[in-house]
Design a protein around this ligand. Sequence first.
Ligand SMILES: NC(=O)c1ccc[n+]([C@@H]2O[C@H](COP(=O)([O-])OP(=O)(O)OC[C@H]3O[C@@H](n4cnc5c(N)ncnc54)[C@H](OP(=O)(O)O)[C@@H]3O)[C@@H](O)[C@H]2O)c1
Length: 440
Amino acid sequence: MAVLVAADSPVIRALGSTHHASGVRTIRLGLVGLGQVGQAVARLVPAASRHTDTYLRFRVAGALVRDVTRARRCPTPARLTTNPAAFLRGTYDLVIEASGTVEPARTMIRRLLGRGVPVVTANKALVAAHGEELLALAALRGTTLRYEASALAGVPFLGTLAARPLVSRVQRFAAILNGTSNFILSSLNAGRGSFDEALAASQARGFTEPDPSRDLDGVDTVDKLSLLASLFGWGHIPAHAVDVDGIRGITAEDLSAARSLGGTIKPLVWAERTATDIRVWVAPTLVPGTHPLATLSGALNGIHLSGRFVSDLFFSGPGAGPDVTAATILDDAVEAVTTVQRFPCAPRSVPMVPVVSPETGWFVRARFPGLVPDASATAQIFAGQHLRVRSVTSPAGDARWVRLETASRRTIDAALAAVAHTHRVQCRAFRVMEHEEHGL
Ligand SMILES: NC(=O)c1ccc[n+]([C@@H]2O[C@H](COP(=O)([O-])OP(=O)(O)OC[C@H]3O[C@@H](n4cnc5c(N)ncnc54)[C@H](OP(=O)(O)O)[C@@H]3O)[C@@H](O)[C@H]2O)c1
């Protein structure tokens, strides 16, 4: 029986030149990396074939790894190799890159795009460093590079904004972009064990980067910030220009002190594009308890953004996890082989503007060497460094937490170094997110 399909339908485009008698097109996948994410992709392939376009079937044709003897929790691919050249000799309709390295991933993706093979990646470090170059190459060769899973892994957010030029004119956003950090701080907040236990639990769930310091030190968030800035048309943000602080050393007592002020500490990125500069910080931040970002716990991620044409837009959902990431990757794969849409929009040439660290309020843990002074004496120690004190918490153990008015990072660092020198007080400073509606 003949089946008629409109000439411009996605089905016809999907069938391309390999139109089988059954009308089904088999998509031969190459996998670069068969770790947490790669294995989840390989496990999801049979279900993806059942649930996606009736005319598509996925098959893993080959995979590149470092160690072929390693046990894998997925069906064994037809070919498994440690040799990039041998992998590249395979025939693929689409390649999924989930290796987590910048090289050899970049070189391989260049080769594949150069041959017109569409690529889907979850590798934010790669996209942040080389995304524009690779997108330009994909456009030149009439193919696609997609990276929806590289930020807010389980939330179809990048593609949505890439396709909507007005909404994507974002001017300011605050976001939680790192699942591991949010998982650890949420665990501390809920009294579920120590920092190290929470990190181990995050690793066991597959949320954590191959190199955990990328999560704990804010590097992963800076990469995601960079690719978002590019998507929003802000231009390139060099990683070295960003004021970044990680979550190491945060304690359950810090979270408890934040709660006493009606807030919580979240691993935040805050960024604003003004007429003259980009203001940005990546740091554990005291967030008002009523702000939508404060409600995100575990590995949930979220972004709250405002722009020229929209305000208070909020996306949230799973930010990490192999299975959810694999679903996003395979959705990207379906779109890449069924549509001609480029993703995200082609890079815009934007003049570089200075990237600066903005002034904010501060929330400081002050740990005293001996007897904890009373609130007024504590305030005087900080006032002595010309910092304006808003409040001081009750003591917990050897510490108090001091809420300070607006100051620059440089002022705070210098003042806290002086306090450590003169009073032997050990301080840990958190930024404070001010918000018109959600004050602290
Ligand atoms: N995990 C998540 O929840 C998540 C979420 C969103 C995005 N991502 C991104 O997904 C990517 C992969 O993360 P993952 O958690 O799956 O990492 P992973 O478990 O460490 O897996 C990495 C895989 O890549 C292979 N590999 C690494 N370097 C290689 C090289 N030079 N040559 C060949 N193969 C190499 C490894 O081979 P062996 O197995 O032989 O060692 C392994 O199979 C990263 O870019 C990460 O940022 C992860």
